[in-house]
Design a binder for this molecule. Sequence first.
Ligand code: HSE
Length: 437
Amino acid sequence: MNPVKVGLLGLGTVGGGTANVLARNQEEISRRAGRGICISHAAARETEFPDVDTTGMVISTDAFAVVDQPDIDIIVELIGGYDPARELVLRAIENGKHVVTANKALIAKHGNEIFAAAQEKGVIVAFEAAVAGGIPIIKALREGLSANRIEWAAGIINGTGNFILSEMRDKGRDFADVLAEAQQLGYAEADPTFDVEGIDAAHKLTIIASIAFGIPLQLEKVYTEGIGHITQEDVGLAEQLGYRIKHLGLTRRTDKGIELRVHPTLIPSRRLIANVDGVMNAVLVKGDAVGPTLYYGAGAGREPTASAVVADLVDVTRSLTTDPGNRVPHLAFQSDALSDIPVLPMEAVETACYLRMQVDDRPGVMADITRILGDQGISIEALLQREPVDGASDVSVIMLTHRVLEGQMNESIKRIEALDTVTGKVTRIRLETLDSD
Ligand code: HSE
């Protein structure tokens, strides 16, 4: 049988990796897929590709011309960003071509539109590489766990952010310095604020939540908080209290709706996921039948991401002759069976919290603070007061609270910050035990 022809859009970090993995492992890949897979055309901005095996490819700068090539079966979109990726993918679908993409921003923001178009045309849009790089989390959630009612999923799904927090903790390195290294290594997004402000993780969490619960993609409803305000002091204090700070994406089904949130989080150090360091990613998924399951691996980088892209190419190749009605649905659930269960606003979410504040070192201060918390029904689980540094008149107070509604905690923080005896802002970091409940 003739090889399947692929048009590759983008020959950068992941595009180059995809070309190399396909070329290097072509024999194994065709034994799995049932026929060869070859990149016949590629579009790229660059003109030199020193580390990429481009054998047999016609390379141009015109991505739309590749999408319009009549004899191409599958378009691989590795350009990233919203535009022109959206137009290219929609045009490929319109041309009756299957699509493989690593573009989490595109799927999270325009996925509903893209999947509807693909459904109409009877083509596949595969996106394993969009979430957690090389970890086959989409496959696991969509197929491996399909017997389960998924209860929650929590993940370290941004390698750059995890690399920064790990280096700060282990080597006391400066935030900006570690970020620069992540950029150099090709892990960071083109706009690295997407990594540190949690936008990249929000894209990935949006996709995970849709597939876990069978809801439409709702990027605009993700509560997103970055890691820019996390200090060395917080990292050290968390450690002393038996926790690690991780930038976590978390989605949970509750009686009232779906939680969808990305924020720095204290996790007990004894949890496996708390020990996922550097650029590695991990996703913990709790299903009612299977219990907690953990998926770990490289969340970014040239060949790990290419591994997911090529796996999608194999899947699409195997499915070319199948009836579109019998394929795995894009969002795991049949498109007419998606649920309208609401996404909860952050004020309605309940979490335990770590609070750090700078207070005057005099009698009655602690009583005022605990009274405010008590008035809101917030119970304190642990309390730590540090000795004044070099005779200073103020001290750091650190508290861990029991679970509390975000709205009530917001009110308490406002009242604590208004006390004359409290200096500056209260640092609040949410805490999740991630046990099997
Ligand atoms: N910037 C992303 C990360 C790349 O650091 O995880 C993979 O999506």
